[in-house]
Design a protein around this ligand. Structure first.
Ligand SMILES: [Zn+2]
Length: 382
């Protein structure tokens, strides 16, 4: 049973009719349907299989098994009957945009960096491609710019099956050693690659390519790529983010980065100033506990670091241990400072009486308790 591959005759065919050659049930409860001809592309060359419908049945996936194109269907079809197929076109067109965009940018990267494409994964969110040569972000962005220029110039795809003589003379990319008829997909000036997938008929239909990630991968580089509508949606989301940041910081659209840097620097200065003021405040508070012996202080909404610093200030003058609690409702954090020989014992009794956890050494313990303010007050008799 050899199925006629309509997707190679016309990659834009969305609907077709065909005869059911066989239908068999599968272990997972679905049915494997083989047709005399199909426009459903089976998973291969890194491109996922098509989905859609065959008459009343959902096509959940299309795969190649033992040389046959098998439509994985949710319900059975009668062998010998005629069915009408309909491809989930938005999904397939997205695959063609990703696949074609990947060809153009990979062709350019491999020729400029003198390397091979050693990995390719077309996910539902992003396309990941690995190359066996290192490259930095700026180099990749330069190539991205060239790829987008090429895309705009609207170059037609040239897809052909060369004879073995011609094939030997061609310089093309291939992920593996190929036998038999080799299908060459060429975008002249950008890429020539042996590939079995479905591609757009011209570069302009890719619309746009956008690299969203560049990182070291083994000895080479891995890039994340978005093409076509995915790239447009991504840039739209980036624009929305940037606009919102600009509005919030009263900054023009193209100056949001420096506005954010200013805010970060300002925050750092304010933190330093706040820290100085807190230290002054803690010294003043501590002076009220001079010689007071064992002390417990409960305060609202303090950072962990501030709790510790207040505890240190009071402990240095009180002459006993010092515990500082901060939090609300049933959740408080604490710092405890005590002479080394008392620290563990006090810490254990706090944790056991107030459902707490935490510990420490060298005179300082820190932790949290699941208890409210009145329970803490009862425990410390304050
Ligand atoms: Zn391809």
């Amino acid at each position: 049973m050899l199925t006629e591959k309509l997707y190679y005759k016309d990659q834009y065919m969305k609907e077709f009719t065909a005869k059911v050659l066989s239908c068999s049930s599968r272990q997972d409860g679905n049915y494997g349907v083989i047709l005399d001809r199909t426009a459903f592309y089976p998973e291969g060359g890194g491109q996922p299989g098509d989905t859609g419908t065959l008459s009343g049945s959902d096509v959940l996936d299309t795969v190649e098994e033992g040389g046959e194109i098998v439509h994985i269907c949710s319900s059975s079809c009668d062998a010998g009957s005629e069915v009408s197929g309909s491809i989930d076109w938005d999904r397939r067109f997205d695959h063609m945009q990703q696949h074609t965009g990947e060809h153009i940018i990979s062709g350019m990267i491999c020729s400029e960096l003198h390397c091979d494409n050693v990995g390719f994964h077309m996910g539902s969110d992003t396309v990941t491609i690995d190359y066996n040569a290192p490259a930095d972000l700026e180099t990749i962005l330069e190539i991205e710019k060239k790829a987008n220029t090429y895309i705009m110039e609207d170059h037609p795809a040239h897809i052909f099956f060369p004879d073995s003589c011609e094939l030997k003379s061609l310089h093309y990319r291939s992920k593996k050693e190929l036998e038999g008829d080799v299908r060459i997909v060429s975008f002249p000036g950008a890429d020539m690659c042996a590939c079995c997938g479905t591609h757009l008929s011209s570069s302009s239909q890719v619309g746009l390519v956008k690299v969203t990630g560049v990182k070291k991968f083994h000895e080479g580089v891995r890039i994340d790529l978005l093409c076509g509508k995915r790239a447009v949606d991504y840039l739209m989301a980036c624009w929305r983010q940037n606009s919102a940041i600009g509005r919030e910081l009263s900054s023009p659209f193209d100056a949001t980065y420096s506005a954010v840097v200013r805010v970060v620097e300002q925050t750092e200065r304010l933190k330093e100033r706040l820290s100085l003021l807190e230290d002054e405040n803690y010294s003043l508070t501590a002076s009220g506990y001079a010689g007071a012996g064992d002390v417990c202080i409960i305060k609202e909404a303090m950072e962990t670091d501030s709790i510790r610093r207040l505890c240190e200030a009071v402990y240095s003058v009180c002459g006993g241990y010092c515990a500082v609690f901060s939090g609300k409702e049933n959740s408080y954090r604490y710092s405890l400072m005590a002479p080394d020989d008392r620290l563990q014992e006090i810490c254990r009794s706090i944790n056991s009486a107030l459902c707490g956890k935490g510990g420490g050494r060298n005179g300082l313990a820190q932790g949290s308790v699941s208890a409210d303010e009145s329970s803490i007050r009862r425990f410390f008799n304050i």
